[in-house]
Design a protein around this ligand. Structure first.
Ligand code: AMP
Length: 120
């Protein structure tokens, strides 16, 4: 199923792209949760972490390579940063095309979660 991230890859909707290569695309999150918040996605549309196959190992590893590369290029390597991937509802996933969040530019707490209110 096509998500809005496929549309960003295909330039059907705009995004503030910070990096692109044959395997991946990285762009600024539209609702940043840190001073610097980038999403790094594979061009291959994999829905969730549960859907990663053995043959995807290189693609997934590549996302981390790109995260480090972008963090270094923007000067966050020494201070540090966070890379996180949410999975399904309880993980807070809202777009079903896997993506690594690269968050930087402020000290972050641990644990990383806040409980979401359940209505009803
Ligand atoms: P997740 O909740 O882990 O699935 O993350 C999805 C992320 O996509 C959220 O942080 C959203 O703010 C972000 N997002 C949604 N639509 C767009 C968009 N059009 N461009 C950039 N980021 C987006």
């Amino acid at each position: 199923m096509e998500t809005l991230f496929t549309k960003i890859i295909n330039r059907e909707i705009p995004a503030d792209i910070v990096y692109e290569d044959d395997i991946s695309l990285a762009f600024k999150d539209i609702s940043p949760q840190a001073p610097f918040h980038v999403l790094i996605i594979p061009k291959k549309p994999i829905a969730t972490i549960n859907d990663i196959e053995e043959g995807d190992r290189e693609v997934i590893g590549h996302l981390y390579y790109v995260a480090g590369k972008i963090a270094k290029e923007h000067g966050f390597d020494e201070a540090g940063y966070r890379v996180v991937m949410n999975c399904n509802n309880d993980g807070g996933q809202t777009v079903y095309h896997i993506h690594a969040h690269l968050l930087a530019g402020k000290p972050m707490g641990w644990p990383p979660y806040t409980d979401r209110l359940k209505v009803g």
